[in-house]
Design a protein around this ligand. Structure first.
Ligand SMILES: Cc1cc2nc3c(=O)[nH]c(=O)nc-3n(C[C@H](O)[C@H](O)[C@H](O)COP(=O)(O)OP(=O)(O)OC[C@H]3O[C@@H](n4cnc5c(N)ncnc54)[C@H](O)[C@@H]3O)c2cc1C
Ligand code: FES
Ligand code: FES
Length: 489
């Protein structure tokens, strides 16, 4: 049977002349003029015939297409997992891409052995994706733990084996990792036969690639801006390969998170994983890991950028709701000049933004919570993992002498845009925290939202959810408040 997608794609790319991309695929250095908007998945399967990487959903949901992406960061070789069905070939520029074939040595590696010994594979369709994700865990420079091993495969779905045997294999691999004791992750993984020996030659080879960012592919037309691609490929999978693209993901001025005085400044291409690993966020948001767990999967977090989340303008974008409550400011750049706008004023209607076609979100700035300030993020969705919210919400409160002096309440899924509830936020100022205040706020919020019934729930259900999430904020932030009174009045 002819794969129609493959047929159209090959016809199109053969009719184009494109700039040269350079990267390492497994143990081979490559140059290619295949259009950079091609998905990495199509390239490795159809151009390189590396068919160990499987196609399941093509929407980032199943993890069958997982690859590892290696790059030099702060002088060290670091790897992260990615769903190749949503990754642009252009975002592979200057990096090391590892497919399941690139993890094979002579015989089974130690990860594959653990899966085989524990009966963690049956039909085998999902297995390459699981093995690659688990290799990502082994190569991570974080202190290994069983929970982290399980987190590494939270974006991988198996339809036939049953997860208990996969969990047992993860436990075996984690035990192996337990003896790392601060050794270099790549060398340790080679020594333990978790990955092949050629990985030790990669840093030297990557150092020869000077500029990792591809930039704009054609200077004649206004480009589409490509961040991690996790929204663009889901929405425009068939057409994006033909567009003029500007690859933002690796531009150095769009990356990095830093504290400047009382403020945090970060580039638009900062990912959810960058936020999760950031010492600044770790210091000022003690419950950060709890919030991050609620957002997509490890593979998607490694790719999903903050500017992509804001610009996609989904009414339930988690990062958008998080930063709305902090009343963040955006720095927009059109190539000729910059302007600043508050995130809460960025949304003008359903998917309508205060943004010109050529403008990009260069940076995001917000005031960091001070000691004693309160911040919380909550999300309800149909599934615990890998699901978008039915309703989400964040609350920031600053108090002085028992009175609220500044507040921000945001809510998603309760109107056409991600909402900053300005009337509620302003009303809170001057009040003191009590269960009565919570009830009054819940009522006030109902007047400021306009949810509609859809696949995520009925209007009434979403109204109820927001009420519960507002109560959850106060229960979480002020443990001395009477929980029963908050819940039942
Ligand atoms: C399986 C799966 C699970 C997901 N789960 C969640 C979830 O739990 N919570 C959630 O909030 N989202 C989720 N998402 C949505 C998505 O991952 C996020 O919205 C992500 O932050 C988008 O970022 P990106 O870099 O991938 O955007 P892209 O797809 O690259 O771009 C999205 C839009 O932003 C524009 N853009 C990108 N960067 C810039 C910039 N710097 N300036 C201006 N415009 C820009 C693009 O042109 C495009 O219009 C999920 C997606 C998938 C596929
Ligand atoms: S094919 Fe399912 S995540 Fe890529
Ligand atoms: S082993 Fe069959 S889908 Fe996982």
């Amino acid at each position: 049977m002819v794969d129609e997608h493959l047929f159209n794609y090959l016809n199109f790319i053969d009719s184009k002349k494109n700039s040269l991309l350079r990267f390492i695929l497994n143990d081979t250095e490559l140059e290619t003029s295949v259009p950079p908007g091609t998905t990495l998945l199509d390239f490795i399967r159809y151009r390189q015939q590396l068919t160990g990487t499987k196609i399941g959903c093509r929407e980032g949901d199943c993890g069958a297409c997982t690859v590892l992406v290696g790059e030099i960061k702060s002088g060290s070789l670091v790897y992260s997992s990615a769903t190749s069905c949503l990754m642009a070939l252009g975002n592979a520029q200057g990096k090391h891409i590892v497919t399941i074939e690139g993890l094979n040595g002579i015989g089974l590696n130690a990860i594959q052995e653990a899966f085989a010994a524990e009966g963690a594979t049956q039909c085998g369709f999902c297995t390459p994706g699981f093995i690659v994700s688990m290799a990502g865990f082994c190569l991570s420079d974080h202190e290994p733990s069983y929970d982290k091993a399980i987190d590494a495969v939270n974006g991988n779905i198996c339809r036939c084996t049953g997860y208990k045997s996969i969990e047992r294999a993860a436990a075996v691999i984690n035990r192996t990792m337990g003896s790392r004791n601060g050794a270099d992750p790549v060398q340790f993984a080679i020594d333990q036969q978790l990955i092949p020996a050629y990985f030790s030659t990669i840093p030297e080879k990557l150092a020869l690639f000077k500029d990792a960012s591809l930039g704009q592919t054609n200077s004649e037309s206004v480009p589409k801006h490509m961040g991690g691609g996790t929204d663009l490929y889901v929405q425009q999978h068939e057409t994006i390969v033909e567009e003029t693209l500007d690859f933002l993901f690796d531009k150095s001025h769009l990356n990095g998170i830093r504290q400047v005085g009382d403020y945090c400044e970060m580039g638009g291409a900062v990912t959810v994983t960058d936020i999760a690993n950031s010492p600044v966020f770790g210091q000022y948001f003690p419950k950060l890991s709890k919030y991050i767990k609620l957002i997509s999967s490890t593979q998607i977090r490694n790719m999903a950028t903050v500017a992509g989340n804001f610009t996609n303008a989904s009414p339930i974008g988690d990062l958008t709701i998080f930063f709305l409550a902090l009343d963040a400011t955006l720095v927009l750049d059109n190539g000729n000049g910059k302007r600043e706008i508050q995130l809460r004023n960025f949304y003008k209607g359903y998917k309508i933004l205060d943004k010109q076609p050529g403008e990009i979100i260069e940076a995001i700035r917000f005031k960091l919570p001070a000691v004693g300030d309160a911040f919380n993020f909550e999300k309800v969705c149909k599934r615990t993992h890998l699901d978008i919210a039915s309703v989400n919400s964040a609350l920031f409160i600053k108090t002085e002498n028992g009175n609220i002096v500044s507040a921000g309440l945001s809510a998603g899924g309760v109107g056409p845009t991600p909402a900053y509830l300005s009337r509620c936020s302003e009303w809170l100022i001057g009040k003191s925290i009590s269960s009565e205040l919570v009830h009054a706020l819940v009522e006030m919020a109902q007047a400021e939202i306009s949810p509609i019934s859809d696949a995520r729930g009925t209007e009434d259900y979403k109204r109820l959810l927001l009420s519960q999430l507002i109560k959850a904020h106060f229960i979480e932030l002020y443990p001395n408040l009477p929980v029963q009174k908050i819940l039942h009045g």
